[in-house]
Write a protein that binds this ligand. Structure first.
Ligand code: CS2
Length: 473
């Protein structure tokens, strides 16, 4: 039996020397826990975790992190056993490299040790709170956790915090601030939060597939140590944050680490959510129906690649305002085609009922209001509705992982003999589509047309038919 490699931790770090791994080049004893991060998911570890690691490596020791798990504590404990260290493989077509991050100093679990989180938020060393909790929106338990920490901080007479949501939501900082204030029963504390704290909006971007056993195996082979939290991600990353910090100098500090600090993040948010995430959700539904496993598999199929190219060019780009959108679009498609990322279509299709509203609806409405075409979004919407049957074109069954699964499967299954009725029932779910879209019968008629085709001839053939009619490149 082959022996398991030793675990990645402070004592085994020196085993990595000579292996071409970028290992933290700073003594961790000196690092100050200046950040409380809520949400220990893969995205945070591969994104903000590495930015803080870069800041630490530059000699600014204020960016050590207490990582707080907000749901299960398995990962918090696994990371604690590794002294907070984890390895990230940065990979694209040109090659790859490994990096070990040292920014996570300690971890804990909010549901098991809430007092520890409150105390950390109130601690004099803490300057920032960051969050990657959910794309589904924030809940009351999160608000109570934060507000109680802030209450203790204010009571101790300490200064306010920069509280940065890094969730993939538009106006994420504004939403978080509104939630905290809504859950704060004490008027004096509300006034303190408004006066002393800042909630910058931000746009975060890096494609980070969920960690799998294969990541840990790759890490073991490359590094010679076992890392239960290892990840594979792309080399690209972007963090655009609103210039609204308790310590104004943080704008300079973050910019030097590669973060983009701007007065208004909305153009970046709109472009990213509607182009990257909008295409992702479309590919995820179409690809899952076609039996494809990953985004890479999807964009290797020419009609799918053409479909998202047209979707972005014709229906999204007219309403977003970043400079050089064609280059942004082409770079996105290149990122999707990263052969080293195994980004599962079913991971992206997870929680679609929460995602397609912000990703598709603004483009659809903007097109409808300006008399533009919405064919591609109608086709994507039809594919999602067909996806809700829980069975791909080859008869393969899958689980629909979504907070609204019972409703979605009920609509899909009870109405699939009548595409128009099915589409109308779906568009009536206002928690997904809002209350405006169902008034545009042309959009629902077109969606029904494509749903009928997908049900009759399968996704690949329906898509081929679609592209014969609509080839707008
Ligand atoms: C993806 C995103 O899972 C999903 O829904 O669309 O996680 C995407 O990879 C990131 O937003 C990229 O920054």
């Amino acid at each position: 039996m082959s022996e398991l490699p030793p675990m990645l931790c402070q004592h085994t770090l020196d085993r990595l020397s000579g292996k071409g791994v970028a290992v933290l080049a700073y003594p961790r004893q000196g690092v100050v826990p200046g950040v409380v991060h809520l949400g220990l998911g893969a995205f945070n570890r591969a994104h903000q975790g590495l930015v803080f690691d870069t800041l630490l490596a530059g000699g600014d020791l204020r960016w050590g992190v207490l990582g707080v798990a907000t749901r299960s504590w398995t990962l918090a404990d696994a990371l604690a056993a590794q002294d907070g260290l984890y390895a990230v493989k940065l990979a694209n077509a040109a090659g790859s490299s490994w990096r070990v991050s040292g920014s996570m100093l300690q971890t804990c679990a909010a549901t098991r040790e809430p007092e520890r989180v409150h105390a950390a938020i109130a601690s004099p060393a803490t300057r920032w709170v960051t969050l990657t909790v959910t794309e589904k929106g924030y809940d009351a338990s999160l608000a109570s956790l934060l507000v109680e920490g802030l209450r203790q901080r204010a009571a101790a007479g300490r200064g306010g915090l920069t509280i940065a949501s890094c969730d993939n939501l538009s106006h994420n900082g504004d939403k978080l601030k509104a939630l905290c204030l809504e859950h704060c029963a004490d008027a004096a504390l509300s006034a303190w939060i408004m006066r002393e704290c800042r909630f910058p909006n931000s746009m975060v971007d890096r494609i980070v597939p969920a960690a799998t056993a294969a990541c840990a195996q790759e890490a073991a082979a490359a590094l010679g140590v076992h890392d239960a939290a290892a990840l594979v991600t792309e080399a690209y990353w972007q963090w655009v944050i609103e210039d609204s910090f308790v310590d104004a100098d943080d704008a300079r500090v973050l910019s030097a680490a590669g973060v983009t600090v701007v007065a208004d993040v909305s153009p970046y948010e709109d472009a990213k959510l509607r182009m990257l995430n909008g295409s992702h959700s479309a590919l995820a539904c179409l690809g899952a129906l076609m039996g494809l496993k990953t985004v890479f598999d999807c964009v290797s199929v020419k009609p799918l690649r053409q479909f998202i190219h047209q979707l972005m060019s014709l229906e999204v780009m007219p309403h977003v305002v970043l400079p050089d959108l064609p280059a942004y679009r082409d770079a996105l498609i290149e990122r999707f085609a990263n052969p080293q990322l195994r980004h599962a279509v079913h991971q992206i299709a997870t929680d679609s009922s929460k995602k397609i509203g912000p990703r598709w609806v603004p483009s659809i409405l903007a097109q409808l209001h300006s008399g533009g075409q919405v064919h591609h979004h109608a086709f994507a919407a039809a594919a999602w509705m067909r996806f809700c049957l829980g069975e791909d074109d080859q008869g393969g069954l899958y689980v629909i992982n979504d907070p609204q699964t019972p409703l979605l499967t009920q609509i899909a299954q009870s109405q699939c003999h009548n595409a128009q009725a099915c589409v109308d029932a779906f568009f009536n779910v206002q928690s997904i589509w809002g209350d405006e879209l169902c008034r545009f019968s042309a959009f629902s008629n077109e969606t029904a047309r494509w749903l009928r085709d997908i049900l009759a001839v399968g996704t690949a053939q329906a898509l081929a038919g679609f592209l014969q009619v609509h080839h707008g490149e």
